[in-house]
Structure formats: C-alpha cells, structure tokens
Design a protein around this ligand. Sequence first.
Ligand SMILES: NC(=O)c1ccc[n+]([C@@H]2O[C@H](COP(=O)([O-])OP(=O)(O)OC[C@H]3O[C@@H](n4cnc5c(N)ncnc54)[C@H](O)[C@@H]3O)[C@@H](O)[C@H]2O)c1
Length: 276
Amino acid sequence: MSPIQRVTLGQGGDEHEAADAAMAGMVIARFEGRVAVVTGAGSGIGRGVAQRLAAEGALVAALDVSTDAVVETVAGIVASGGTAVAYTCDVTSETSVADTMASIVTDLGPPRVVCNVAGIGGFFHTADMPFDRWQKILAVNLTGPFLVCRAALPHLLEHGGSIVNVASNTALMGQAYSAAYCASKGGLLMFTKALAAEYLGKGVRANVVAPGGTDTPLLGTFGLPEGADPKQLTKIMTPMGFSTPAEIAASIAFLASDESSYTTGAVLSVDGGLTV
Ligand SMILES: NC(=O)c1ccc[n+]([C@@H]2O[C@H](COP(=O)([O-])OP(=O)(O)OC[C@H]3O[C@@H](n4cnc5c(N)ncnc54)[C@H](O)[C@@H]3O)[C@@H](O)[C@H]2O)c1
C-alpha cells in the first residue's frame, strides 16, 4: 500500500477515501461484549468512535445532546450488524449524566470503556469574549468529561476500564482567538493525567487523544472574528491537511482497548505533525 499523503484541506476526495479504506481494513475485535460509552456520538469524531467500537464488538452507549443526530448514528451501526443504543444526554448537566449512566447500566450493563468526545469551540477576541461563551466551552469540554468520568468510575473500578478523553493540539500549543478552547483542552489533558495518577494500579487507565484539524462539522463553527489576522492561524495548518474522523477513531480505539494495557496518563497526538 502506498503511504497516505492527504493535502485536500478538508475537501475530502480520493485520499480521504483511501485513508478510510485503510482504517476499515484494519478492523479487529478488541471490545467483544464490552459496554462502551461514547459522548458526542451524533457527529464527526464521536460518530466515528461509536462506529469503530461497535464494529469491534462493543455494546455502544451513544450519547449526544442532539437526539436526531445520535439516533441516526445508532441506526447506521445497527444496520451494519452492530449493537448500539442512543441516549439524549447533555454532558454539562449533573442530573442528565447521572440518569443516563443509570439507564446504560440497566440497558447494556456496566461500562468498561468511556470516550469523552463531545466538544464545542469557536474563535473570539479574548478581550470581547462573552462570559456565557467562556462558561459554555469550559462546561462542555472540561466539566462534561468530569461528570461522565465521575458517574462511570465506580463501574470501571469494579470491572476494569479505560477512559479516553479527546483533547486537541490546542492542549499542547497556544492558538490565537481560542483562549477558552485552549484552556478547556489543556485542562482536560491535566484532568486526565490526574485520573491516571489517582487510579494507577487499580484497573482503570486514562489517556488523551489530541487531534489536529479533522474534517467534521465543528470546523464550520470556527469563523474568524471581525478584525482577526488570519496569519495568526497559519501555524495550525499542516501540509498533511485535515484528518478523517476514522483516523482519529482508530487511535481512540487503541487507547480504549487492552492493546494499550501499559499506557496510562499518555497523550497521543494525531495531528499531521502540527505539534512536532
Ligand atoms: N474537528 C476538529 O478539527 C477537532 C480538532 C481537535 C479536537 N477536536 C475535538 O474532537 C471532539 C469532537 O469534535 P468533532 O469535530 O467531531 O465535532 P462535531 O461538532 O462534529 O461533534 C461534536 C458533537 O458533540 C455534541 N455535543 C455538543 N455539546 C454537547 C453536550 N453538552 N452534551 C452532549 N453532546 C454535546 C454535538 O451535538 C455533536 O454531535 C471535540 O471535543 C473537539 O474539541 C476536534
């Protein structure tokens, strides 16, 4: 197989199809019968993770704040012969997360895998950033994973488990117009390391995948604010263009599986070399 060199900058096309075909050809069955919770499963990377884990035998609890979107994800998985159940869940709500986790245990059994993928973003001049946007980004990207992990941990500790939190290259490097997003992802990285340290040797691993630009609807929410200097953002472009959700899902699946059994507290950058 020739190496994949995508330079399509989010336009899709043959090279993205080749990348997805390569991912599909590598599918094995590392999650047979395991319950896997995936947040943000209605779109983009979360949908890719739900599909990948289901294809490898997981019983997927697919969570999203958008009911229609997550129902569509689950319908696709079931049509492909996989097992998944859709849950409408707002990860920023303590009660929504607690109620959803209780339903998952009743419907599917105790979770062994937790993938916190739900996230939001946006570009803002920090000096003008509305307080409610700051709070919302922190709530979805950082408080959400805390609430989901807190609800899942008793089960993970009892049965063994793996947590994969999806951060971003912005957890590792500053990005203009992205103070809340960088803060939330940097916080998520250290939250994950703290979990890894706290539960070391107790059967629960926690790791981070840090994607770079990925071809999903999220990108459309990063419009430049008025007066912004596009040159400030040149460092977040790589000659490799954008990844596909399936490429990010493959790395998340590795860290979620027993194949990474000696890996905890790690950050796996999947960013086309942005942070080299
Ligand atoms: N796309 C990229 O370029 C990129 C790069 C680095 C990191 N990431 C991260 O990857 C993750 C997935 O992003 P994506 O690109 O697939 O985005 P996406 O917009 O395609 O999907 C995000 C999903 O999260 C859901 N969501 C939002 N708020 C929620 C809430 N309160 N509760 C439950 N679900 C909620 C949305 O409904 C949506 O289905 C995010 O954490 C994002 O920050 C994305």
